[in-house]
Design a protein around this ligand. Sequence first.
Ligand code: PGA
Length: 245
Amino acid sequence: MPGKLVVGNWKMNGDLRRNDALLADLRVGWPVQAIRQIAVCVPFPYLWQAQAALSGSTIGWGAQTVSEYAHGAHTGEVAAGMIAEFGCRYVIVGHSERRASYGETDEMVAAKSSAALDAGMTPIVCVGESWAEREAGAGDTVVLRQLDAVVSRIGRRIAETVIAYEPVWAIGTGRSATPEQAQAVHEVLRKRLRKHEAAESVSLLYGGSVKAGNAKALFACADIDGGLIGGASLNVDEFLAIAGA
Ligand code: PGA
C-alpha cells in the first residue's frame, strides 16, 4: 500500500519570523501517532530553519526544486547534495510553475529526479495538463508523457518517487479538480506505474486548490494517497485540517 502523505508547498513565501511561528505551530499541532505523513517544502534559505524546528518530530521537510547537476559552474543553482545536508527528505521537481516560467523540460525534470534520488531524497514529481490540453482530450497523454520521461531516465527507481498530479488549471485558481476528475487521472497514472511494478510503492498526490473543505472527498478516492498543498499550507489551521481530513 502506498503511504498516505500530505505535503505543503510554500512556494516563494515566508520570512524568518513568520516561518518560526508556522513551524512551531505545525509541530505542536500535528499528532505524533498520526497515520498520515506530512512535510513542508520551503524556499532554499529556510531549509536550515525547517531542519532546526522539525528535527526529532515526525514532520518531514524539503525543497521546491533542485539542479540536475552535482556541482560546478552553474551560478545560482543548488545541488541535491547541498539540500540533503539540511536533512531534507523531499524535493519537488517539475512543478508546472517551473515548467512554464523557467523552461523546465521533461528531460530536465527527469534529470532532477535522478539527482534527488542519488542524494538520498525522494523526488515529488509533478505532472499535469493545461486546460487547453484537457479540452483537446489530451490530458492523459500529457501526464503519461511527463511520467514516462522520468521512467526512461531513472528506470526501476520510479518506485522510490512520489508523483503529484497537479492540473495546471486547478493550481492557485480556487477551482479544484472534482474528486471524479482527479481519480480518473490517478487511475491512469497508477495503471502506468503497475507496468513498472511501482504501483504499490508510489504515493500519488493530488494538488490544485485543495482546501479543508474539499480534502476529505479527494483523499477518499481509491487512487489518491494524499495531497500537495500550495496556498492553504501557509495557514497552519487549514493545513492541519487538510492533513487530518
Ligand atoms: P494551490 O497550489 O494549492 O495553491 O492550488 C498547489 C501547488 O502548486 O502545489
